[in-house]
Design a protein around this ligand. Structure first.
Ligand code: SF4
Length: 404
């Protein structure tokens, strides 16, 4: 078996999970946080690589992880992951939980209940718990655990001032460059809900901002958020096959519709340009051909696919399922890498932006075909990343973008 590169190990850990012996657990698991939809509920790891490090959130507590071939060991020289199938070993680090997790804001809220580090960016859920969890009967997405987390592991509602203080601490202590806001479904898309946070981050912190909300039929609202400085949108439509969309996302099907996701993604991708917007899907539930169709559609719209490897989260409706196979997922991400090239979608340009909960477009460049065209694509991305630095520095200046 050929030794896996960082991206391949990330994919396999997400498919197989990681066994963490009881003796190691207390030392490393203090940073494990079950927030938002739950995808980041595992152990944050950094796999050191020759050219770049890979950040991964490895499932640990889910049932399937108990039979993983991967186990974590604490050696004198640090932490190592062993693959029991072939004895391969990978040196890893567990980033210490940010010191600010234990701090409180001036309003007395513990910062770890406001935002969470998922790789090198700050992730914040805003608004009340998603209404798909509270409807009678519930219409929650089958893979989601937001309703178990918001109000428990994190604050049920978050004051704008608290988020500014938390993001300031994350920027100061962790060099955070990107703050990502998401929310569940409310009576509307949530654009009005998120706008004050965007303004406050731009004015008081100075960081790149991403937004992930239910799609709004009034596309002019996105124009206004773009005018306020939002750099990135992601639209989680999850499944390309309308039957799967209907079956596993009853709330989104009834109250958002797949078409609305497509319209919002296409509109914002047109407005912001290639590589700035993401279509988010889950791989490992619908047939692979549908996942590949989704990748073709998303990249042809100038967006990049954010592909979540299905994680049967404890407490979700699908907790009894098995995650997909490594071989299938590797094929999906290799396909996505080539689709990005074919459609000329630049990736990984933003500074210090590593994501642990999904294999990112920048991670998957390692899986592309060994062709001159793909090598040129990788080289162009590297050069663009360097050239884009002054632009991003300007975008990260503190300024008041005005009200929504
Ligand atoms: S929209 Fe679906 S995935 Fe998002 S919070 Fe609500 S139930 Fe969870």
């Amino acid at each position: 078996m050929a030794r896996k590169n960082g991206c391949e190990l990330k994919i396999d850990l997400m498919c197989s999970g990681l066994r963490v012996p009881a003796l190691v657990t207390p030392a490393v698991s203090t940073g494990m946080r079950r927030t938002r939809a739950g995808l980041g509920s595992g152990l944050e790891l950094i796999v050191r690589g020759r050219s770049r490090d890979t950040h991964v959130n490895a499932p640990v507590t889910e049932r399937f992880a108990r039979s993983s071939p991967y186990r974590l060991e604490e050696r004198e020289d640090g932490l190592v992951i062993f693959d029991d199938r072939d004895g391969a070993r990978f040196t890893v680090e567990v980033p210490p939980p940010p010191a600010w997790y234990g701090s409180t804001t001036s309003r007395g809220t513990t910062m770890s209940r406001l935002g969470v580090m998922q790789g090198t960016y700050l992730a914040v859920y805003v608004g009340k718990v998603c209404s798909f969890w509270t409807m009678e009967p519930p219409k929650r997405c089958a893979f989601c655990t937001t309703g178990l987390n918001v109000g428990n592991a994190e604050e049920a509602e978050k004051a704008v001032e608290d988020i500014v203080e938390t993001a300031t601490a994350a920027k100061r202590e962790n060099g955070v460059t990107f703050v990502h806001f998401n929310s569940g479904f409310h009576s509307d898309s949530g654009v009005e809900l998120v706008a004050p946070y965007v303004r406050a981050i731009k004015r008081g912190v100075g960081a790149l901002v991403g937004v992930q909300l239910a799609p709004d039929p009034d596309l002019s609202k996105y124009d206004r958020l773009i005018d306020m400085g939002v750099e990135h949108f992601s639209f989680c439509y999850e499944f390309h096959d309308p039957d799967f969309f209907r079956k596993y996302l009853p709330g989104k099907d009834a109250h958002a519709t797949q078409k609305r996701f497509f319209d919002a993604m296409e509109h914002t991708a047109r407005r912001l340009g290639k590589g700035r917007v993401s279509g988010e899907i889950i791989a490992g539930i619908e047939p692979l051909e549908d996942t590949l169709r989704a990748i073709d559609y998303i990249t042809s719209a100038g967006a990049f696919p954010t592909i979540c490897i299905f994680r049967p989260l404890s407490g979700s409706d699908l907790e009894g399922r098995q995650p997909p196979s490594y071989a299938d997922m590797r094929a999906v991400f290799a396909y996505a890498a080539e689709a990005l090239r074919k459609n000329g979608v630049p990736v990984g340009l933003a500074p210090n932006l590593e994501v642990s909960i999904v294999p990112t477009p920048a991670d998957i460049l390692d899986l592309g075909p060994d062709t001159p065209e793909f090598r040129l694509f990788v080289l162009k991305n590297r050069l663009m990343k360097r050239a884009a630095w002054p632009y991003f520095r300007w975008r990260m200046r503190r300024h008041d973008p005005g009200a929504f």
